[in-house]
Design a protein around this ligand. Structure first.
Ligand code: PMV
Length: 342
């Protein structure tokens, strides 16, 4: 059965980072990670059967991509078709609600949406919805999405999501540790650049092993992850914030001390981070940052402080583009396409 479906899948921001892989082909990470699924940053992907043609017809953000220009996406579609014992070509139209490839985890929402979309097209909406609603179904979809992009593994669920690394490449688990309704955390994404990042995360993951800081990081990571889980359980935002800042800076320290080094942010961003810390101290305001592999900063706070933080950011950085996001739900799949626009 092939039907046209549309999937909306969220992006996520890692509070505990996936950085470095034990096996880059099977996407077995070097450590556990934990993220917050986002409410506004998402991908909408429409997938349908293609009659005729000699390959898939794929558009990303309104641009036609070819096997030569984006082999990764074509191979991902091929892989799922094969996995399901199907054949033929598909048409795919995928759009992000935010800038692509600048460290805003577009690959997480993109590959999550693509995976669920291809599955939905080939297996039907009801079957795929049931999968999204069951533990084993989510594991299966997430495992496929992960082969496209590691962080997509965590975009199959809403709220706060833990990627448990497991004892082998096949034993990866993804688990929602807190539903989105249980703790309304806001995320202001401060855009310092919307240009594609200088070094892709795929390349930077490989370089992590060359950093003298990487093995010590791995040795201490389990403890930090446990502390993060405790902070989530206790809704202790100050503790969570300190842990996530340390984690982000450690990830960037590993990147900067890799050979060759990878610098994702500059002086302007460093000054912003220092300013945020000063404001936090001066006003006793629980507001904390994290960053992925890019120069853009996620500023997180609880609902009760959202207006205060927004006003501070606007006053100090009136010309900066800032996206307001918050914790959100997992992917949804639909057959009626009433709101394809982003
Ligand atoms: O999914 P990838 O291969 O783009 O790696 C993501 C790496 C970070 O975004 C920096 C951290 C994470 O856990 O999402």
């Amino acid at each position: 059965m092939k039907e046209t479906v549309q999937v909306k899948a969220p992006s996520n921001i890692a509070l505990m980072k996936y950085w470095g892989k034990d096996n880059p082909v099977l996407q077995w990470p070097a450590n556990d990670s934990l993220s917050m699924t986002l409410n506004h940053a998402h991908t909408i992907c429409r997938v349908g059967p293609l009659d005729g043609g000699s390959d898939h017809a794929i558009k990303i953000n309104d641009e036609v991509v070819t096997r030569a220009s984006n082999e990764r996406v074509f191979k991902h579609v091929d892989m799922i078709i094969k996995e399901l014992g199907e054949e033929g070509y598909l048409q795919v139209d995928s759009r992000n609600s935010f800038p692509t490839a600048c460290g805003l985890a577009s690959s997480a929402s993109g590959f999550a949406a693509l995976t669920v979309g291809v599955f939905g097209c080939l297996k039907g909406v009801t079957y795929t919805r049931d999968m999204l609603a069951s533990y084993s179904g989510v594991q299966k979809l997430a495992a496929l999405a992960r082969l496209g992009s590691g962080s997509a593994f965590r975009s199959l669920q809403g709220g706060f999501v833990w990627w448990q690394r497991g004892a082998s490449a096949l034993e990866q688990k993804v688990r929602q540790v807190l539903e989105p309704e249980k703790w309304l955390i806001h995320d202001f994404v401060v855009l310092f650049s919307d240009k594609p990042k200088s070094v892709s995360s795929t390349d930077a993951h490989k370089l992590a092993w060359s950093s003298p800081l990487f093995k010590p990081r791995l040795a201490g990571h389990r403890v930090r992850l446990q502390q993060t889980l405790e902070a989530l359980k206790e809704r202790d935002f100050r503790r969570l914030g300190m842990l996530m800042e340390t984690e982000a800076l450690e990830m960037h320290a590993v990147a900067m001390s890799s050979r060759p080094p990878v610098f994702y942010f500059d002086q302007e961003v460093s000054e912003f981070l220092a300013w945020l810390r000063e404001e936090r101290q001066r006003r006793d305001l629980p507001v904390y940052f994290t960053m992925d592999a890019g120069p853009n900063v996620h500023v997180l706070c609880e609902s009760k402080n959202v207006h205060h933080v927004e006003a501070l950011l606007q006053e100090r950085f009136p010309s900066k583009q800032i996206f307001h996001d918050a914790v959100g739900r997992g992917p949804v799949i639909e057959t009626a396409f009433l709101s394809p626009e982003l």
